[in-house]
Design a protein around this ligand. Structure first.
Ligand SMILES: [Zn+2]
Length: 205
């Protein structure tokens, strides 16, 4: 696939959580987007032909704890794909919390940023709690590059864009802490949860 094709692939989240999606993957008609997210052609023009055709299922992995307090797993979700008949875009529809081009789900990343940025756990300990992989050997002792990568993505506005920017001199760990507290504020319910739990529940994208 060329770089040009990448621009015509879109991830669209729908308001279904992973648990319900796994219990019964939605049909094509249930999750067909209202319009193409690339060219804005309507998917069901009045009296016209269908603009977005079902384009099969594609397995997508989501790593991390599936629910608050659960052990991390490697989950496979069958995403629904659609093909735009006007511009050729391929649209992948996923449940809430699945991020495009990232192995970990939004909630797992929020949890990791809170444990690293706010609870100030060592990267290796964060990895032990959030990653489904058991790493042994040299890498296990030295940290977890994903924490810095995610924090850089937050800083650049590519991940959790609702997080307000920090001054350029802020450390990546401070960026992680800001992201965690921002996401925690979106947690439903009465509050009073530990920050990492609230960040997990509040991560919506
Ligand atoms: Zn289109």
């Amino acid at each position: 696939m060329s770089a040009g094709d990448q621009s015509k692939i879109r991830i669209v989240q729908v308001e279904l959580d992973v648990k319900r999606w796994l219990a019964r993957p939605p049909t094509v008609d249930e999750v067909r987007p209202g319009q193409c997210p690339v060219c804005a052609a309507p998917s069901r023009p009045a009296g016209g032909r269908l603009g977005l055709h079902g384009h099969g299922l594609r397995g997508r992995h989501q790593w991390g704890p599936p629910e608050l307090g659960a052990a991390a797993v490697l989950l496979e979700i069958l995403a629904r794909r659609f093909a735009c008949q006007d511009c050729g875009a391929i649209i992948t529809v996923v449940p809430r919390g699945i991020l495009g081009r990232r192995l970990y789900g939004a909630r797992a990343i929020a949890l990791a940023l809170a444990l690293w940025g706010v609870a100030e756990l060592a990267p290796a300990e964060v990895r032990r709690r959030v990653s489904p992989l058991t790493i042994v050997g040299a890498t296990a002792a030295t940290g977890w590059a994903s924490l810095r990568r995610w924090s850089r993505a937050v800083r650049a506005g590519r991940l959790f864009p609702m997080v307000r920017a920090l001054p350029a001199e802020a450390s990546l760990r401070q960026v992680a802490a800001r992201a965690a507290t921002t996401l925690a504020a979106f947690a439903p319910g009465p509050g009073g949860l530990p920050i990492e739990s609230a960040a997990f529940l509040g991560a919506r994208m």
